[in-house]
Design a binder for this molecule. Structure first.
Ligand code: ZN
Length: 199
């Protein structure tokens, strides 16, 4: 016999399918939601649907944004000749939080991972190559994580674009192996950026 009613179980199942949410946390969240006033629950569900419907890829850097062009790409004061390649919108936010980088970004939405069947065609690499062809880019800073997949991706990108005569640099490996960029403190991130080396 089920411990809870079908609708409660459905809510718990949906929540536990989210990353980092185990069965216990999902139960706690489900009962917390059930105890909220109706308008709070509606705000939460509306925010989820609104974000899903309105958020799209920036037509330049591929980050997730509400506008056609994200605020960073739309900013004429940013140095558009310097592109930092990151794995995710969260990694881009981590660098923006440090507030010292003046160039623009390119968000790959993943890394090359042969073990998981993710090839170069499965991440936003074509869009990067197109930008390099269309724009005057002087430096590409590869800021993928220092995981195996992050390094594989960095090497792949470097081999792909170096023949075009564009300077390719890699952030310093002060970043813990396998550590997500978004979880690294700002000092470490700044040091990794400033200590970048040419590939
Ligand atoms: Zn953008």
């Amino acid at each position: 016999m089920d411990l809870y009613s079908g609708d409660i179980n459905l809510l718990i199942d949906e929540l536990s399918a989210l990353p980092g949410i185990g069965g216990k946390s999902a139960q706690r969240m489900a009962f917390h939601i059930l105890n909220l006033p109706h308008d709070r629950v509606k705000r939460l569900s509306d925010a989820i649907i609104r974000a899903k419907e309105n958020v799209k890829y920036c037509s330049e850097c591929c980050t997730l944004t509400d506008a056609d062009i994200c605020p960073v790409c739309a900013d004429a004061k940013r140095d558009h000749s310097q592109i930092m390649v990151v794995e995710s919108t969260q990694d881009m936010a981590a660098y923006e939080k440090v507030g010292r980088y003046e160039g623009v970004y390119h968000v790959l939405h993943g890394t090359i991972s042969p073990m998981n069947g993710i090839g170069p065609g499965d991440i936003r690499l074509k869009e990067l190559i197109k930008r390099l062809e269309d724009e005057d880019v002087e430096e590409v800073i590869i800021a993928t994580n220092s995981s195996l997949e992050g390094e594989t991706t960095a090497m792949y990108i470097s081999k792909l674009i170096k023949p075009a005569g564009i300077k390719v640099t890699r952030i310093a490996s002060g970043v813990p192996v396998g550590g997500d960029l978004e979880n690294i403190d700002e000092v470490t991130l700044l040091r990794a950026f400033e200590g970048r080396t040419e590939l």
